[in-house]
Design a binder for this molecule. Structure first.
Ligand SMILES: NC(=O)CC[C@H](N)C(=O)O
Length: 227
């Protein structure tokens, strides 16, 4: 399986994402510069964390206007898996591929530590290697991680089972403790915590690895040649 890691000016978790795919998952990945990217040959697209365009205007806002965004939109419509982590999640919100918006953390401080997440939906292509309501340890690192959506949107998220992860102890003020959501079709996931930083026991937890394994086995099942 071939993954694209889209690099914007100011991305800083692109190498971690690349490591997670190539070293931990054992699959192919390319770091693709946003201006030169041709995403048509990739099976999945990963938007890494960081501070694209220095978080000017709003986190993810300027990146969400770059030409590569049209290709990401097309890939999403084609049903390819799209994962946005942290700044990648902010870009997905700003481009309207996921509902809601990101606000500054409740205490207006950048936070970088482990959080316990609850797997709210273990049936998505990103989460089927977890158990429903399983608690996993994944690090966060953000200043603008306070997810907001209105009541109607929250009801839609619930009805469509779009809430993938929640925080056990909400660190940033997010509505209903939401840590990660999918689109209605289930092939676009945005999450603030960093699964790519949780794929090697040396750094304390490998709980993030199963997210990438979920993408891989789902893709293999879908593309298996059936006799
Ligand atoms: N690690 C990241 O992706 C940081 C995200 C973002 N720029 C913030 O601080 O909110």
């Amino acid at each position: 399986m071939k993954f694209a890691v889209v690099v914007f000016p100011g991305s800083n978790c692109d190498r971690d994402m690349y490591f997670a795919i190539t070293e931990a998952l054992g699959q192919n990945a390319d770091l693709v510069w946003y201006q030169e990217a041709d995403l048509s040959s990739y099976d999945a697209i990963l938007l890494p964390g960081g501070f694209s365009y220095g978080d000017y205007l709003r986190s993810g806002a300027i990146a969400s206007t770059s030409p590569v965004i049209e290709q990401i939109r097309e890939a999403a419509e084609a049903g390819k898996p799209i994962l946005g982590v942290c700044n990648g999640f902010q870009v997905l919100l700003e481009m309207g591929l996921l509902p809601g918006a990101m606000l500054p953390n409740k205490h207006l401080k950048f936070m970088c530590h482990y959080e316990t997440l609850i797997v709210e939906n273990a049936e998505t292509m990103f989460t089927h290697h977890y158990d429903e309501q399983e608690e996993i340890e994944i690090p966060i690192a953000h200043g603008d991680g306070n997810y907001y959506c209105d009541e109607t949107t929250y009801e839609q998220l619930q009805t469509n089972k779009q809430i993938a992860f929640s925080y056990k102890n909400n660190p940033n003020g997010s509505v209903k403790d939401i840590a990660g959501i999918t689109n209605e079709q289930g092939n676009v996931l945005g999450m603030m915590p960093h699964p790519e930083r949780a794929v090697d026991a040396l750094v304390g937890t490998t709980d993030g690895l199963r997210l990438f394994q979920s993408i891989l086995t789902h893709w293999r099942d879908k593309h298996a040649i059936k006799a």
